[in-house]
Each structure stands twice: as C-alpha cells, then as structure tokens.
Design a protein around this ligand. Structure first.
Ligand SMILES: Cc1ncc(C[n+]2csc(CCOP(=O)(O)OP(=O)(O)O)c2C)c(N)n1
Length: 341
C-alpha cells in the first residue's frame, strides 16, 4: 500500500498551524507556565496516526497537542485548556501537558516516560476486551532511558500486547545530548526485548507511514508490540522562550543578562581547576551553538519536506483550509474566554 500524501500533508499543516497559534497565545501572555510544542514532530505523528482506527488508544508525552489535533479533538477546547479556562478540555486543570479525552481514548502526561506504561495499560485493556483496538505510545529519546519505559517494553513483549512504541528522537533531553547518557543503540535495545524495531527518518512522512504500517499490522494481528525510532528536529528548543535559543538569537542582549551570573558561577568558590571551569563554559557555548544551528536548518523541517511531495494547487488549498480551521478555533476559544472572563 502507498500513503495518501495529501491527507498526510493536511494533518501536518493542521498540527503546525495549531502549534503556531499556541505559540502566539503564549507570547501574548495568555498561557500560564511553560509551553512545549511539537513543531518538528509532525511527520512522525501524521505518519503513525494515519493508521489509527476508531477504538485505538493514544498515550502521549508533554508534546501532546499535535497527536490530539490529528486525532480530531476539538481545537478550541484544547486552546481553552492550555489557557487554563474552565471550558477547556479538562476543565482548565490539566494545561498543555496533561490533556485527556475519554471520547478519544487519549491522554498525555508530563511525567517523562509515563506514556509507555499508560499505553501498555490501554493495550492490555484492548487485548482483554478483544475489540480489536491497539495502543500507541509516543515519547522522546530522553524518556527511552527511564526504567518504566524498559519495563513496559518487556511486559508488552512478554504479553504480546497490541502496542506501538514511537520514540521521537530529537537527540536532546532539555540541555542534555541524549547520546551522552545512552548506552548502545535504542533501536537495538528495543529489539533485544523480542520485538521488531524500525529506524526511520522522522522528517519524511512517507517513510514513517511505511514503518508504522508494519508495526500496526502486527499489533492488529495479535502478534505483539513494535518499536519505531524516528529522528526529528526540536524546532523551538525545549520550551518556548528557551534561554539557550534566546542567547543564540540575540547574543549581545542576552550576554548582558546571563553574563554576570555565569561569570559569578564560574569563578566563585569552591573552585575547580581553571582549565576545567573554562571547559564547562565551552560546553555551554557549544550547546548554544548546536541548538541554535539546528533551529535554523530549514532543510530538516518535515512540513517543508512533505510540501514538496504535494502538487502546488492542492498544497495551497490544504494550507488555506488548515489555516482557517485553526483561526476559527482561536476565535471560538477567545470568545469562550471573554464570556467567562
Ligand atoms: C520523570 C521525570 N523526570 C524529569 C522530568 C523533567 N523533564 C521534563 S521534559 C524532560 C526531557 C525529556 O526529553 P525527551 O523525552 O527526549 O523529550 P523532548 O522534550 O526532547 O521532546 C525532562 C528531563 C520530568 N518531567 N519527569
């Protein structure tokens, strides 16, 4: 089978424009707290969830809005939720990291790694009820080193749970390069639990779709779980307003702000050797340069890559429809906010 590229692109555009709308609300001070966006993960999400059927479950992490957009959750109720409004999806109590929709059998959590056991629970229920549903667990490469993820891989394999583990590998866990704290290769590690493991370029939606098709077919056939390791960029840093990205964007302005506390930290007592302290400062500089450099690599933007596969006329129409759907949701959310404000 072949993927329907226009349908995938439509989902990706809806997700991207929704994330942009959330960024706008956050920049306007309407979203309390941190905001983690899933910009850069659209191809992974669209390619996997194109195989979702009614009755399947979704267990998500702190970048949960793109999958919920793809799943068809009401956009305005999500926007109201991230703004902490009572009319929001979870009564304003969850915020963007703890979204839940019973109707869609979908939930997210900010506890890193928790989507693996949550998905295993959904998958165990699906297996027990024998209604043909499967569960998708999305999490990051940082989460893959959490004990609860490894325990879930183990039980899912031992019990042949109908589960698809999707690791969105953006190579970062906040400011830590994941490879610096990861032994071996994640794809091989999952395979050692006795499940198929697919390594895929997560910026190419058609490739994700093909890998996911195999994983989903296996889960639906009762043959057990699979693991997809999909590389993708983290386009907005760890969260909106990420200080490391700010330094990259406006080095002089930020140097005034962070220079004094950094210098104080570097040269205050108790002191380690000067070479060592300089090494730490060098590490910070390198992290900033790598992070900023990645942010501006438009070549790895999955949306631009998918756009090239879609004929020009359809592309413009799809983008226009997605933009107006999101604009309408923003208008509805702002209206709801005014009514209750
Ligand atoms: C159990 C737990 N430990 C630590 C944190 C703090 N934390 C929030 S996000 C994050 C990094 C997660 O990295 P990854 O899973 O790769 O996802 P990414 O943010 O890169 O998409 C950490 C350590 C947390 N929320 N939960």
């Amino acid at each position: 089978m072949k993927p329907d590229i226009e349908r995938l692109y439509r989902q990706m555009a809806r997700m991207r424009f929704f994330e942009e709308a959330q960024a706008d609300l956050w920049n306007r001070g309407l979203v309390p707290g941190e905001m983690h966006l899933g910009m850069g993960e659209e191809a992974v999400v669209a390619g996997v969830l194109d195989h979702l059927r009614e009755g399947d479950a979704l267990a998500l992490d702190h970048r949960s809005t793109p999958p919920l957009v793809a799943r068809g959750v009401d956009l305005a109720s999500m926007l109201l939720e991230v703004m902490g409004e009572e009319e929001g999806l979870c009564g304003g109590m969850g915020g963007h990291m703890h979204l839940f929709s019973r109707e869609h059998l979908a939930g997210s959590s900010g506890i890193v790694g928790s989507s693996a056991p949550m998905g295993a629970g959904f998958a165990l229920a699906a297996q027990y009820l024998d209604q043909g549903g499967i569960a998708f667990s999305f999490f990051g490469d940082g989460a893959a080193n959490q004990g609860l993820v490894l325990e879930s891989l183990n039980l899912a394999s031992a019990w042949k749970l109908p589960q698809v583990f999707v690791c969105k590998d953006n190579s970062w866990a906040i400011t830590t390069r994941t490879r610096s704290v990861t032994g071996g290769c994640l794809a091989r590690r999952a395979a050692s639990f006795g499940m198929p493991s697919f390594r895929v370029d997560g910026t190419r939606v058609e490739r994700v779709w093909t890998a996911a098709e195999k994983a989903v077919r296996r889960a639906r056939a009762g043959r057990g779980p699979s693991f997809i390791l999909a590389s993708c960029p983290r386009m907005e840093g760890h969260f909106l307003g990420d200080p490391l990205l700010r330094v990259y964007k406006e080095p002089l302005k930020q140097a005034v702000e962070i220079g004094p506390p950094l210098a104080k930290a570097a040269f205050s007592r108790p002191l380690s050797a000067l070479a060592r302290r300089c090494g730490y400062l060098g590490n910070i500089g390198r992290t900033i340069a790598t992070l900023g450099g990645e942010r501006y690599l438009t070549a790895i933007d999955p949306l631009l890559r998918a756009a090239r596969l879609v004929p020009e006329e359809s592309r413009a129409r799809i983008e226009e429809e997605a933009r107006s759907e999101v604009a309408e949701a923003v208008a509805r959310a702002m209206e709801g906010r005014r009514r209750h404000g």
